[in-house]
Design a protein around this ligand. Structure first.
Ligand SMILES: *Cc1c(COP(=O)(O)O)cnc(C)c1O
Length: 414
């Protein structure tokens, strides 16, 4: 490694709080599906800032839109209207079919808003302040206290107890386990349409339909977290649209701004009319003109560049090739996922494989200790998939040499 890169890393370790185990690399710029480090080394990126850069790096039209907005104004206040926020809300309504939008600065903040919406909705119905939310085991909803409280991973929560109260956990795709947690205080059922951090587990159509029906019968809110799986990643703008099972409240972030920090929670008119009102919720930066100019351009470019078509074409190709790795390697147990949100499940921790791939110029990320997650930019090509698979195959061989099925023929070859 160059001394300059090492110097920056050393300085980082002195100045930044040690909350991340970072790879020993400093990225300087991006172009399309490639990242470049300080030494100018090029990496094929199958992480895209963790499902953020849907349009790839350095999209000219996107960059120009942001620059133009910077020259006008980047922040006013939510005490006033601004055109980019109005346009972005209109576009978000169109692509989601939801009716009301609240812009946030992050995913976790969108989840916080969704939780407050559910509590307020229930409060207006019966005046109670002890309502319960059912969330799922292995879920991930963010690191702020409310979002953490509905995150179904005790390891993330333990040191920070007590959480916000009245959260119960069920098992994704096990409707009976949800029913077992229902009480007359239940005000919402919350889950990711495809669990991301928890290991790439898609909700089944059957589960979505049962939850939807049950929520309708009881006037309970169905909240879907689409922060990672939304914005085209699974081949429809939002993952629930594949099944036409519409939530009452939905969260989005990550690829929504393609690199500018922005999120949103959205709701139907019914929920909007019976939940948060003036004074209930707010944010200084949420919905600022710069972030919203990004949202407008992102949604516009999704249509113009036919992003969904590319996702559907390339993801089938990616699935196919990941499936071959399952057959080829003993250490690869299975593969699961939807669209360009795929996971390869190993029988061992994947850290070494990811590190090997990094050396070879391929950026990958895990989801849990034994799953490699594929969340590339949505503009990747079949050729990019070929390159990725070649490097991944080499990396698996080198990191766990005894794991290929070839080992059974080792003797014959000698
Ligand atoms: C990343 C993520 C969040 C949190 O978003 P931040 O912007 O990191 O706060 C919440 N839910 C899901 C499903 C996510 O993937």
């Amino acid at each position: 490694m160059s001394t300059i890169m090492q110097q920056y890393i050393d300085e980082a370790e002195k100045a930044l709080l040690h909350t991340y185990n970072r790879y020993q690399v400093v990225f300087e710029r991006g172009d399309g599906v490639y990242l470049y480090d300080l030494e100018g080394k090029r990496y094929l990126d199958f992480v895209s800032g963790i499902a953020v850069f849907a349009l790839g790096y350095h999209n000219r039209e996107y960059d120009d839109a942001l620059k133009a907005q910077i020259d006008k104004i980047t922040h006013t206040s939510n005490y006033y209207y601004n055109v980019p926020a109005i346009e972005a809300a209109k576009k978000l309504k169109e692509i989601s079919g939801m009716d009301r939008v609240f812009f946030t600065n992050s995913g976790a903040e969108a989840v916080e808003g969704a939780i407050k919406t559910a509590r307020k909705y229930a409060y207006l119905k019966d005046g109670g302040t002890d309502h319960e939310i059912i969330a799922m085991n292995h879920s991930f909803h963010g690191r702020t206290m409310g979002a953490l409280s509905v995150t179904g991973n005790p390891h993330y929560r333990e040191a920070f107890e007590p959480m916000i109260g009245n959260i119960r956990f069920a098992q994704l795709n096990d409707f009976d386990s949800v029913l077992a947690q229902v009480t007359d205080k239940t005000c919402a059922i919350l889950f990711e349409t495809v669990q991301g951090e928890g290991g790439i587990y898609p909700a089944t159509e059957d589960f979505l339909r049962k939850v939807r029906k049950f929520c309708d019968e009881r006037d309970i809110l169905m909240i879907l977290d689409e922060i990672q799986c939304g914005m085209g990643r699974t081949g429809t703008m939002f993952a629930w649209q594949r099944f036409g099972v519409k939530p009452d409240v939905m969260t989005t972030a990550k690829a929504l701004g393609c690199g500018v920090p922005v999120g949103a929670f959205l709701m139907t008119e019914k929920v909007g009319a019976h939940s948060l009102v003036a004074g209930d919720h707010g944010t200084t930066y949420g919905g600022n003109p710069l972030a919203c100019a990004a949202v407008c351009k992102v949604i516009e470019l999704f249509e113009k560049q036919r992003i969904l078509d590319n996702v559907n074409a390339v993801s089938a190709y990616l699935s196919d090739h990941l499936e071959r790795l399952v057959e080829e390697f003993d250490c690869v147990k299975t593969h699961r996922g939807v669209g360009l949100l795929q996971g390869l499940v190993f029988d061992q921790p994947v850290g070494d494989i990811i590190a090997k791939a990094m050396e070879k110029g391929l950026v990958l990320v895990n989801a849990g200790s034994d799953v490699i997650r594929f969340v590339p930019s949505l503009v990747i090509t079949q050729e990019n998939v070929d390159t990725m698979i070649t490097i991944l195959r080499e990396s698996i061989r080198e990191a766990s040499p005894l794991s290929t099925r070839e080992r059974f023929t080792e003797g014959e070859r000698k």
